[in-house]
Ligand binder design. Structure first.
Ligand code: NAD
Length: 496
């Protein structure tokens, strides 16, 4: 019998009573790994009620104790990094190197959460009036919600609950129903590290479960990562209820190649940055803007891409894995066809790739288009596959105009040996994360993950100092402690 993915409620991994289930599938073989149940409304209510009760105690737990939980957790995650990577490689499909990176980038957030005593420091001004002081307290919110996508099964849950919990909150986590396996292991280790019962609860499902959660009166803040349409739905619904919300969404990341760039550096970085993880990264480079004669480099890039292939997660020669589902593969293939139909030149077409021994995998080989214009579907849509679009620009100004006209603003990079070009680009580009001679500029967790425009809805971003502000409320106290004369003869008391 196929195993069923458990929920985590009040410290116990329990089975859902739901009859509504979905298969969790290995995307390289189509083997069914497990079934994920879509939690019932009663189970979701119980999860929220348990989290609320846990929060009432946890909010009073001394901050250094919360930090120590994160220190123990960080150690356990490091010890189990490879095991977690292998679990997520099975349902997500990414190769071991990428899977190890997925876990590692999450561990770094836990390391950041270990700093929570310093991060929670408020401000004080003594003597705002005679004998009066004003200071701020930074307090947790209550029961928060985390909804995660399929493409980083470890890192993105770890963006959320370590920061939320370190700040004193509880969290309900709803992992992607396509890849729930790693989250179970992450939370087993969190329990082992000493997390109090109920402080993170895990339920499963899709739209109906997300809608119940975001509308639940006891959930006060939502962190969401996923596609643009769902992010818009979650952001509109939560903010309409006057709740705090941060929604990270889709992307179309441009890399600008200047004529003075070092060609070898560009070529060496582009292969991994474009088709790594099968292009299923929100920071993948999907558009290369070649300035001037550098458009000639596209042919050499195609040659390099031709020499790599996808494969199963533990194949050391595979550059990346399959797409997550048959539906994702069909969508990417249809977009490739649209590129051809709309007049782009398909220099490299990865649609007919076969991987020996894995005839049923969701494989798409590296694909490269030139002669792409900004009206084409392959330019306008987030393809989320190993497909590279090459665009020409006459100058840095022209490149900036192309990038700034894109509705997305997650990440971008410029390759140049000119400090003047680099500075101009970083200053004028309307994108939240900029790389200079770095293709995928994901900040380490002491900064925040700062996507802009359609790639992010909200005010405060993930991790860094902004996550602390997102998961806390500021209380400002103005206090007067003055010596008070009381009527008793010859007695004055200082109020305590
Ligand atoms: P998705 O939007 O399909 O799913 C994300 C989550 O929303 C899942 O937990 C899913 O169960 C839930 N969901 C799906 N449909 C829903 C609906 N109609 N109503 C309510 N909830 C719903 O996204 P995905 O395909 O899992 O992930 C890929 C997307 O995530 C890409 O667009 C990628 O760019 C984006 N992403 C963005 C970032 C970022 O930081 N900006 C990071 C990673 C991924």
């Amino acid at each position: 019998m196929t195993a069923q993915v458990p929920m985590l409620i009040d410290g116990e991994f329990i089975q859902s009573a739901s009859a509504d289930k979905q298969d969790v599938v290995n995307p390289a073989t189509q083997a069914v790994i497990a079934q994920v149940p879509f939690s019932t409304p009663e189970e979701i209510d119980a999860a929220v009620a348990g989290a609320k009760a846990a929060f009432m105690e946890w909010r009073n737990t001394p901050v250094p104790q919360r930090a120590r939980l994160m220190l123990r957790y960080q150690q356990l995650l490091k010890e189990h990094q490879k095991e977690i990577a292998e679990i997520l490689a099975e349902d997500n499909g990414k190769n071991l190197e990428d899977a190890m990176g997925d876990v590692w980038r999450g561990i770094e957030v836990v390391e950041h959460a270990c700093n929570v005593p310093s991060l929670l420091m408020g401000e004080t001004v003594e003597n705002v009036a005679n004998g009066v002081d004003t200071y701020s307290l930074v307090q947790p919110l209550g029961v928060t919600l985390g909804i995660t996508p399929f493409n980083f099964p470890a890192m993105i849950p770890l963006w959320m609950y370590p920061m939320a919990v370190a700040c004193g909150n509880a969290m309900i986590l709803k992992p992607s129903e396509q890849v729930p396996m790693a989250t179970v292991r992450l939370l087993e280790l969190f329990q082992q590290a000493g997390a109090p019962k109920g402080i993170v609860q895990m339920v499963h499902g899709g739209k109906a479960q997300v809608d119940q959660l975001i509308n639940h009166p006891d959930i006060v803040a939502t962190s969401f990562v996923g596609s643009v349409p769902v992010a818009e739905h979650v952001y509109r619904s939560t903010t309409n209820l006057l709740k705090r919300s941060q929604c990270f969404a889709g992307a179309k990341n441009h890399m600008v190649v200047m004529p003075d760039a070092d060609k070898e550096t560009v070529m060496n970085t582009l292969v991994g940055a474009t088709v790594g993880a099968a292009g299923q990264r929100c920071m993948a480079i999907s558009v290369i803007v070649f300035v001037g004669e550098t458009i000639e480099w596209a042919g050499e890039l195609a040659e390099r891409l031709k020499s790599i292939r996808p494969g199963v997660w533990n194949d050391p020669d595979a550059a990346y894995g399959p797409l997550v589902s048959k539906a994702a593969k069909a969508r990417v293939e249809q977009l490739i066809q649209s590129g051809i139909d709309q007049g782009a030149t398909c220099v490299l077409d990865g649609r007919d790739i076969r991987i020996e021994g894995y005839p049923d995998g969701n494989w798409v080989g590296p694909t490269l288009f030139t002669d792409v214009n900004t009206e084409m579907d392959i330019y306008r849509e987030e393809i989320f596959g190993p497909v590279v679009c090459c665009v020409s620009a006459d100058s840095l100004d022209h490149a900036l105009q192309i990038v700034n006209d894109s509705p997305y603003g997650n990440g971008t990079s410029i390759f140049t040996t000119s400090g003047v070009n680099a500075r101009r680009y970083q200053h004028d580009v309307q994108v939240g994360q900029v790389g200079v001679n770095i293709p995928i500029p994901v900040p380490l967790p002491f900064f925040s993950f700062t996507g802009w425009k359609k790639s992010f809805m909200g005010d405060l971003h993930a991790y860094g100092k902004q996550a602390v502000r997102f998961y806390t409320e500021t209380k400002t106290v103005t206090a007067a402690w003055k010596e008070t004369k009381v009527s008793a003869p010859n007695m004055s008391i200082a109020l305590k």
